[in-house]
Design a protein around this ligand. Structure first.
Ligand SMILES: *Cc1c(COP(=O)(O)O)cnc(C)c1O
Length: 422
């Protein structure tokens, strides 16, 4: 089965009359339906809340849709906190899960009343010194070390990751925090990114639930929530089986019943901080074929580049491509689909089998709704694209204009003398 786009050639032809390519386009209906499924999957947990990882798609229109769906935000920087504040997320609707945290960001998070998730035991002192006290509600990030396996597959290597506290440290941190006046506690861990398996969350939940029981036994801490963080992935490739969020929710419920309920902790709230799962499939990068080149390989040059979507260039990540209107044509050509950066890694696809592409064709690059636009950059002086929202009624709204040269030059002091380029 080929992956389907959420937008047709006819719609794209309409949209491109008003908004030139390239642009990122988001699907409001898909976002809302998916958020509702997540809520449903965890509806058995009274305090369940998804804190959307703002870094995935830091756009206020997207944040407002998610807010409307009952989500909070997960922030890791000052500007993400500001964005959340500006969108009306208040107090404990904001989670501040940062690392290597600048002190002024602790101060801002504290001013907003956000839940602060401490990445390291030394941050207890930093926080206290910065804001004058330890907040009543506090969270600690856990790193169990070692390797994380599902069946016999090594999924990732937490022991090599910079995040979180060791087992000894989190026990010590809870004791210190309690002494310093913390009343309500949370624990958090993020061990593997982009998992396309229904087993990750239940396995992570088991680790965290067992830790929570021990932490309460040994420190007497009142544990109010457990944050399973991000990491539920999406099938970027057409042959991957998507996660079933209902199965994941049920898997976590079983572990909750086995571990937390018998320990008298059946009122602990579960939080998630999903980014990719919430948005990736509901965004695409629309770009136009502007050149074809026949040398040692066949190239299609498009008007987007890695500055608009860096995952293929940086991680060699696969993003599916549909040539709009040619969905049913045979894929009898093999192309490298490339952008214009002076970097040979600027390829959206390598040796990809696609229908014949002609100049002017619109290409839809799938699954760019998370960690897409937001990872963009200005290398080669490339400007960031617009972001558009395909609304539920079929209309399209510009939710971020494209950058102009003036934006690019804005941080030079001589901006005002740039004359005709202003
Ligand atoms: C990036 C991040 C997330 C979101 O991760 P996804 O893979 O997009 O789900 C959640 N929590 C923290 C702390 C993160 O750094």
């Amino acid at each position: 089965m080929d992956k389907k786009t959420f937008v047709t050639l006819e719609q794209l032809q309409e949209i491109t009359k008003e908004y030139p390519t390239p642009f990122h386009l988001y699907d409001e209906r898909g976002i809302r339906e998916n958020a509702a499924r997540l809520k449903e999957a965890f509806s058995w947990n009274k305090g369940f809340k998804e804190y959307f990882a703002v870094k995935a798609t830091p756009n206020p229109f997207i944040l407002n849709i998610l807010k409307d769906c009952g989500c909070g935000t997960d922030c890791s920087s000052a500007t993400e906190l500001m964005l959340s504040d500006a969108c009306g997320f208040k107090g404990h609707d904001i989670m501040f899960s940062s690392n290597d945290t600048p002190l002024e960001e602790f101060a801002l998070a504290n001013d907003l009343g956000a839940i602060i998730n401490l990445d390291d035991i030394t941050h207890i002192q930093c926080l206290e010194d910065t804001v004058g006290k330890i907040p009543e509600t506090i969270c600690c990030r856990y790193n169990p070390g070692g390797v994380f396996k599902i069946s016999n597959n090594i999924m990732d290597n937490p022991g090599d990751s910079k995040y979180g506290m060791t087992t000894d440290q989190i026990f010590e941190a809870f004791r210190i925090l309690k002494e310093k006046g913390a009343k309500h506690f949370g624990i958090h861990a993020f061990l593997v990114s982009n998992t396309v398996t229904n087993e990750y969350y239940p396995m992570l939940a088991k680790i965290l639930f067992e830790l929570a029981v021990k932490l309460r036994e040994e420190t007497g801490a009142d544990i109010r929530f457990i944050n399973l963080s991000g990491g539920i992935g999406v099938p970027y490739r057409p042959d991957q089986e998507p996660n079933d969020i209902m199965v994941i929710g049920e898997g976590v419920r079983k572990v909750y019943q086995e571990v937390l309920v018998p320990a008298g902790m059946g009122d602990v709230a579960l939080f998630t901080e999903l980014g990719r799962f919430m948005l990736a499939p509901y965004g695409c990068l629309v770009t136009k074929a502007i050149h074809e080149k026949h040398t040692y390989k066949e190239y299609i040059g498009v008007d987007a580049c890695a500055a608009n979507l860096m995952r293929p260039a940086v991680y060699g990540a696969y993003h599916h491509i549909t040539v709009a209107g040619k969905e049913n044509r045979p894929k009898d050509h093999k192309y490298d689909v490339v952008g214009s950066l002076c970097e040979n890694c600027d390829k959206f696809a390598v040796d990809r089998e696609l229908p014949e592409i002609e100049k002017g064709d619109l290409l839809v690059i799938h699954d760019t709704g998370a960690h897409g636009f937001s990872m963009g950059y200005n290398y080669n002086g490339k400007l960031r694209s617009a972001e558009l929202l395909l609304k539920e009624d079929g209309s399209v709204e510009l939710i971020r204009r494209a950058e102009t040269a003036r934006d690019y030059f804005a941080t030079f002091d001589f901006c005002d003398t740039m004359g005709k380029y202003r």
